[in-house]
Design a protein around this ligand. Structure first.
Ligand SMILES: Cc1ncc(COP(=O)(O)O)c(C=O)c1O
Length: 339
C-alpha cells in the first residue's frame, strides 16, 4: 500500500530544474557579498514583493527572529496572536533569544482586531515596538488575510509608532488564493519573511525583505545567529527556480485540498470547516466521532495516510505538488473504510 503523506508542504522535494540549477550555480563567498546567485535571489525576492532589499536565510524561523531582533530591542514588547507560529512553534526564541515580551491577542482565523491591538499598544509596558501577523495562517488551516485586513492593522500599528512584520511563510499561497500579486500584501507591512522550502519546493531557505536600512541591520543579526553562509548560491539557485516557476502552480495544491476537504465532508466520517479551506491545508476534526488527535493520527497511519495532530481533536493535512487527484481519491477511499 502506497503511503500518502500529508504532514506538511515542507516534504516537497526539489524539482529537476532546481537540481540542475544547483549544480550549475555560479558561487562566491556570501559573507563577502560575493555570491552572485545569492545576491540574485535576494534582488529577485525584493522585486517580487516590491521592497528595497532582501536577505537569504537558512530557515523561516531564523528570518522571523532576525526581523524581530532588528525591529525591536531586548526588553520591548511584541504583539502576536496566540496561534502564531512564532509563538507556538519556534521554541520560544522570541523570548529566549530576542528578549521580547509576547503580548498575545486572539485572532479570527489569523485576523486580529485592530481595536484589540491598539488597546494593548496603548496600555502595555514595556512598550510594543513590533507587531506580527501571519499569512496564510497555519493553525487556522492556511486561511488568508487580505491586504485590506492587513492595512487596517498597519494603520493602528504605525499610529502607535511600531513596525508590522509579516510571517509570510506561505504568502504566495495567499496571493494565489486571492488572485493578486504578493506585493499587494507586502505593501501593507514593514517586513515580510517567506519560505522557499514549503509548497514552492526548494530544499532549503527563506528570504526576509524590507527597506534597505532594515535589511542591512538584519544581515548583521543573521550573522549573530550563526546564519551567515559561504557558497550559498548552491541553495539560492533552487530558490530562484522556486520563485520563477513554482508560484502559479500552487493553485493546483489549493484545488486538490478543496477536493480532499469536500470529499471528507461528503463521507461524513469527520468534520471539516470548509470556510477555512482556502489554500493547501485541511484541518480535519474527529470530535463528533469522539476521537482525539492522537487516535486520528494512529488510525489514519494504519491506512497508510500520514497527518500531523492538532490536539485536542484535529489533524492537519497539507496537500503538495507530490499529490495527484488520484492520491486524493485514494485517500478518500481509505477514509471511507472507517465508515
Ligand atoms: C507559518 C510558519 N512560519 C514559519 C515557519 C518556519 O519555517 P522554517 O521551517 O523554514 O524555519 C513555518 C514552518 O512550518 C510556518 O509554518
Amino acid at each position: 500500500m502506497k503511503t500518502i503523506d500529508y504532514r506538511s508542504d515542507t516534504l516537497t522535494e526539489p524539482t529537476e530544474a532546481m537540481r540542475d540549477a544547483m549544480r550549475d550555480a555560479a558561487v562566491g563567498d556570501d559573507q563577502y557579498g560575493e555570491d552572485p546567485t545569492a545576491n540574485q535571489l535576494e534582488e529577485l525576492a525584493a522585486q517580487k514583493l516590491s521592497k528595497e532589499a532582501g536577505l537569504f536565510t537558512p530557515s523561516g524561523m531564523m528570518a522571523n527572529l532576525a526581523a524581530l531582533m532588528t525591529h525591536a530591542q531586548r526588553g520591548d514588547s511584541v504583539i502576536l496572536d496566540d496561534q502564531q507560529h512564532i509563538f507556538t512553534s519556534e521554541a520560544g526564541s522570541v523570548s529566549s533569544i530576542a528578549g521580547l515580551l509576547p503580548r498575545l491577542v486572539q485572532s479570527e482565523n489569523g485576523v486580529m482586531d485592530p481595536g484589540d491591538v491598539e488597546f494593548v499598544m496603548k496600555n502595555a509596558y514595556p512598550p510594543v515596538t513590533v507587531v506580527c501577523s501571519e499569512n496564510t495562517h497555519n493553525m487556522s488551516g492556511g486561511t488568508v488575510i487580505t491586504p485590506g485586513e492587513l492595512g487596517a492593522l498597519a494603520e493602528v500599528v504605525h499610529s502607535c509608532g511600531a513596525k508590522l512584520h509579516l510571517d509570510g511563510a506561505r504568502i504566495f499561497n495567499a496571493a494565489v488564493a486571492l488572485d493578486i500579486d504578493a506585493s499587494e500584501i507586502a505593501a501593507e507591512v514593514d517586513s515580510v519573511m517567506f519560505c522557499l522550502s514549503k509548497g514552492l519546493s526548494a530544499p532549503v531557505g527563506s528570504v526576509l525583505v524590507g527597506d534597505a536600512d532594515f535589511i542591512s541591520q538584519a544581515r548583521k543579526v543573521r550573522k549573530m545567529l550563526g546564519g551567515a553562509m559561504r557558497q550559498a548560491g548552491v541553495l539560492a539557485a533552487a530558490g530562484i527556480v522556486a520563485l520563477d516557476d513554482m508560484v502559479d502552480r500552487l493553485e493546483e495544491d489549493h484545488r486538490n485540498a478543496r477536493r480532499l476537504a469536500e470529499g471528507i465532508v461528503g463521507l461524513g466520517v469527520f468534520e471539516v470547516d470548509l470556510d477555512t479551506v482556502q489554500t493547501d491545508m485541511v484541518n480535519v476534526d474527529g470530535a463528533s466521532r469522539g476521537w482525539s488527535a492522537e487516535r486520528m493520527v494512529k488510525e489514519l497511519k494504519a491506512l497508510g495516510i500520514l497527518v500531523n495532530g492538532r490536539p485536542p481533536s484535529r489533524v492537519r493535512m497539507v496537500v503538495n505538488r507530490h499529490h495527484s487527484e488520484t492520491d486524493i481519491d485514494e485517500t478518500l477511499n481509505r477514509v471511507a473504510s472507517l465508515m
